[in-house]
Design a protein around this ligand. Structure first.
Ligand SMILES: *[C@@H]1O[C@H](CO)[C@@H](O)[C@H](O)[C@H]1NC(C)=O
Ligand SMILES: *[C@@H]1O[C@H](CO)[C@@H](O)[C@H](O)[C@H]1NC(C)=O
Ligand SMILES: CC(=O)N[C@H]1CO[C@H](CO)[C@@H](O)[C@@H]1O
Length: 488
């Protein structure tokens, strides 16, 4: 009997499981099934758009990327702050740089609650090393190669480019880099460490709850602010014959206690490097979190005006725009802006910078370049403006690739799982906040919307926002680099 019973169970087992699965599917709320199907369609359509253009496998594009790099120590931010017993604060407050525990607590609270990305210089070395020591044995911590330049270099090497990386690293740092990366710089024994305080959406610290997953970065660099690798990089750049020059990591200079005139001299030298290559190569500048007004002015003059392309996030866009319009620097903006708002800001940045180019040309200044590409990465979507007839190719596929890379990076996996993703962009978006502007529906089968305006094309792609966050830091660098790769 028993034997028979088992036999019949074995026989019907698969049928029973099939029935259970069908039952489960049947009972699943239909809305969810529809949503899943919608996400799957968006994913397959984005993958198709990304795959439309292949990399040239015969001759790998050559990209030179500067400057600096560090070792990232990635920890759960709230666990770290609780461990060191950081005082809770009543009032969040913005500080340009940090000197003590109270300032750190106020500054962290300021960005943590809205879930805005931020990065601050820690002037107090004692406090910084205390935080690093506390992080070393914090459960779940991770070490990684960090810094904008090495992350962008890594992504470009992984996507099929040969890379010249400007940075001063320790020998074991250089060992873990891809074989397609050549380092130009000095050897240092003690690399700079960046503390990455990650937090998920809904995390609680004192009376504050984070509205979205993000990170707060604390650094106290000795090497990076001086762009120590610049001369070596400039020398090797001559023979490297780069197709593209990428500059990032300059925020390490923000609020650093330089001697008077030192910062300007460094940026002025950088301007020479950017403009002296013959023939002139395309320059991309990746913005970051800046708060010091003087360095922003210098960036505008020495770097941004020599760049053909800019990459930035939703915080850095209003920050740059306020500088261009001569108003106070915007330190904190909506971390979930609408498409129309971002596009209007992008049009304005594009218009103002190109007007500056025209004015400079009229004055006979041949070093200033027009802006021909602007890429803004946000949590919900990717947006690009590319000038018609410029050197940048494949804007639609590049926007799709940037969007896919956002999910891949934050979820920490190359294969995208739609059960760990959601769309937070609306079903349709307005192309501008101006009254009577056109609305564009989000079509699952053609998720990247591109259209022409004036002398440029705009493309917008929704992001399949990762819901099981592995890491947010370095996201912008991976996304920007991935977008650029298809446009060289
Ligand atoms: C630097 O941090 C240490 C440790 O938290 C603190 O004791 C010291 O007062 C701080 N220094 C300044 C100038 O705030
Ligand atoms: C701009 O900053 C200055 C100096 O910090 C301040 O006095 C002024 O009120 C600010 N203006 C605006 C519009 O926020
Ligand atoms: C998802 C992803 O590819 N993230 C990458 C971002 O770039 C760094 C450095 O190249 C990689 O280590 C990450 O894996």
């Amino acid at each position: 009997m028993e034997g028979e019973g088992r036999a019949s169970w074995v026989k019907y087992g698969p049928l029973v499981s099939l029935f259970v699965v069908l039952l489960a599917l049947w009972f699943r709320p239909p809305q969810n099934a529809e949503l899943d199907e919608r996400l799957d369609t968006v994913l397959s359509s984005l993958l198709r758009a990304e795959g439309k253009v292949g990399m040239n496998s015969v001759s790998r594009p050559k990209v030179a990327v500067g400057f600096g790099g560090c070792v990232d120590l990635i920890v759960d931010g709230v666990s770290l702050l609780n461990k060191v017993g950081l005082p809770h604060v009543e009032q969040p407050h913005h500080h340009d740089y940090l000197e003590n525990e109270v300032q750190l607590a106020q500054s962290f609270a300021y960005f943590f609650a809205p879930g805005a990305a931020a990065e601050r210089f820690m002037l107090n070395e004692t406090l910084f090393s205390e935080l690093v020591e506390a992080s070393r044995d914090l459960p779940g911590n991770r070490w990684a190669v960090g810094g904008n330049a090495p992350v962008m270099a890594g992504r470009m090497a992984a996507e099929g480019c040969d890379v010249l990386l400007g940075g001063s690293f320790s020998p074991d740092f250089t060992d873990v880099l891809s074989q397609h990366i050549t380092v130009a710089g000095n050897i240092v024994e003690e690399p700079d460490i960046h503390l990455i305080l990650e937090y998920p959406s809904g995390a609680k610290w004192g009376q504050y709850t984070s509205r979205r997953a993000n990170r707060y970065i604390i650094h106290s660099d000795d090497h990076n602010p001086y762009l120590a690798s610049m001369e070596e990089f400039a020398k090797k750049l001559q023979d490297f014959k780069a197709d593209l020059l990428v500059v990032g990591g300059l925020q390490m200079m923000d609020n650093f206690p330089f001697q008077s005139g030192e910062q300007k001299a460094l940026l002025s030298r950088l301007a020479d490097v950017l403009t002296s290559s013959t023939p002139q190569i395309g320059v991309h500048f990746e913005m970051a979190s800046f708060v010091e007004e003087t360095i922003m002015e210098d960036l505008l003059h020495y770097v941004i005006s020599h760049a053909d392309s800019l990459g930035m996030n939703e915080q850095e866009l209003p920050n740059l725009l306020s500088l261009l319009k001569g108003s106070n620097i915007t330190v904190l903006s909506d971390p979930n802006p609408r498409v129309a708002t971002v596009l209007d800001q992008m049009r304005e940045v594009y218009r103002i910078l190109n007007q500056r180019y025209k004015d400079a040309s009229a004055d006979g200044d041949t070093r200033v370049k027009p802006l021909t590409r602007l890429h803004v990465h946000t949590l919900a979507f990717q947006a690009m403006i590319v000038t018609h007839g410029s050197q940048w190719k494949n804007t639609m596929s590049a926007t799709a690739k940037a969007s896919l890379t956002a999910n891949r990076h934050v979820c920490g996996s190359n294969d995208i799982d739609t059960t760990k993703a959601r769309l937070i962009m609306d079903d349709s978006f307005s192309v501008s906040r101006q009254e009577g502007s056109q609305r564009i529906p989000l079509q699952e089968t053609r998720p990247v919307s591109c259209w022409d305006e004036e002398d440029y094309e705009i493309c917008v792609a929704p992001v399949l926002v990762c819901t099981e966050v592995y890491q947010t830091a370095g996201g912008g660098d991976n996304i920007s680099a991935a977008g650029l790769v298809l446009q060289i």
